[in-house]
Design a protein around this ligand. Structure first.
Ligand SMILES: Nc1ncnc2c1ncn2[C@@H]1O[C@H](COP(=O)(O)OP(=O)(O)OP(=O)(O)O)[C@@H](O)[C@H]1O
Length: 313
């Protein structure tokens, strides 16, 4: 399935999407064989939301994306996008996707591909606009075969957004990108989302999720196990970290682990890191023992929350 194939509209895309949620999954279940892979998914995404689908390998993120794009048919439940069936919504140009396996048409130039794709929409972006947004201006004369992974990803993004879809779906969009390319890519997506469009993306990069998603839906074994803003998800783990300097003859890990409120402790290069279930109690205990040297207290990270939420399933 290619971005262009998925985005193939019938030229009748309305300037404004119909009212209603961008995505509505109602009690959706699906299995590739006999065993269900996603179970009873309920999800509603409003226009303007930037939602990250998080979950360990095999949690069902790509399957969920396939279901909401109409590439897979639910065994039970209903999927609608802007109140329409997925196929209808795709045909009306309301939805476009960048999937992991998107192949670019070989031998065509980037300019030709964009020109062709623009022609499928009623109100596409101008070539200049899309080239600026996706940073592909310097690639227009290049054939797709010789592009680097990062360049090809920018082109896929350009093809996905050129028709101004109201919902953009991205499956691990930055997996092949280096740090700089990832930052540029997110600048483009943030710019796109700023116009009230919905963006739904799956990712394993917790930092980018934290920085760019307004909402995180966490999947584990095909079920939604957390749903909230990154800050809300982070707060679901009570664990906080406390770090202090320790001298060579100071406390060792075994002693630190016995302190009240401390769940685990590591000591390396003169610094002790404590993971705490009760940071206040741990700090008090350290103070009583005269161990408050260069103290740092950190909130739980999205990564901590991810591990904690998914490891108990
Ligand atoms: N085409 C397929 N045929 C059979 N089983 C599949 C197929 N695609 C996925 N699965 C299985 O469905 C489950 C969910 O897979 P899915 O790709 O949706 O997970 P994911 O969360 O996207 O994983 P990852 O982070 O590794 O991409 C896994 O157990 C996977 O092995």
């Amino acid at each position: 399935m290619t971005a262009t194939a998925l985005s193939r509209p019938d030229g009748a895309a309305p300037a404004d999407p119909p009212a209603g949620p961008a995505v509505r999954l109602h009690d959706v279940s699906f299995g590739y064989g006999r065993d269900p892979v996603v179970h009873g998914l309920d999800l509603r995404v409003e226009p303007g939301e930037v939602l990250a689908l998080l979950g360990p390998n095999g949690a069902g993120k790509s399957t969920t994306i396939g279901l909401l794009l109409g590439l897979l048919t639910p065994a039970a439940g209903r999927v609608s996008l802007f109140g329409l069936g997925p196929e209808q919504a795709v045909r009306r140009g309301l939805v476009a996707a960048m999937l992991q396996e998107n192949q670019l048409l070989p031998r065509a130039t980037v300019g030709e591909l964009l020109h062709f794709t623009r022609g499928l929409y009623r109100e596409p972006m101008s070539l200049d606009e899309v080239a600026g947004l996706a940073d592909v201006g310097d690639l227009l004369g290049r054939t797709t075969d010789g592009l680097s992974g990062g360049q090809a990803q920018r082109v896929r993004f350009a093809l996905a957004v050129v028709g101004r879809p109201s919902l953009l779906v991205l499956d691990e969009p930055t997996a092949a990108l280096d740090v700089r390319a990832r930052r540029e890519f997110w600048r483009a997506i943030d710019g796109y989302a700023a116009h009230g469009r919905a963006v739904l993306f799956a990712s394993h990069h917790l930092q980018e999720v934290d920085e760019h998603a307004g909402r995180v839906v966490m999947l584990a074994a095909g079920r939604i196990v957390a749903d909230g803003s990154p800050a809300q998800i982070r707060r679901t783990v009570a664990d906080r970290t406390v770090a202090v300097d320790v001298t060579r003859d100071g406390p060792d890990e075994a002693m630190l682990r016995t302190l009240p409120g401390v769940a685990s402790a590591t000591v390396a290069a003169g610094r002790a890191e404590l993971r705490c279930t009760d940071a206040d109690a741990a700090v008090t205990a350290l103070a009583e023992r005269g161990l408050l040297r260069n103290i740092e207290v950190g909130a739980g990270s999205l990564e901590d929350a991810f591990l904690s939420i998914t490891e108990v399933r």
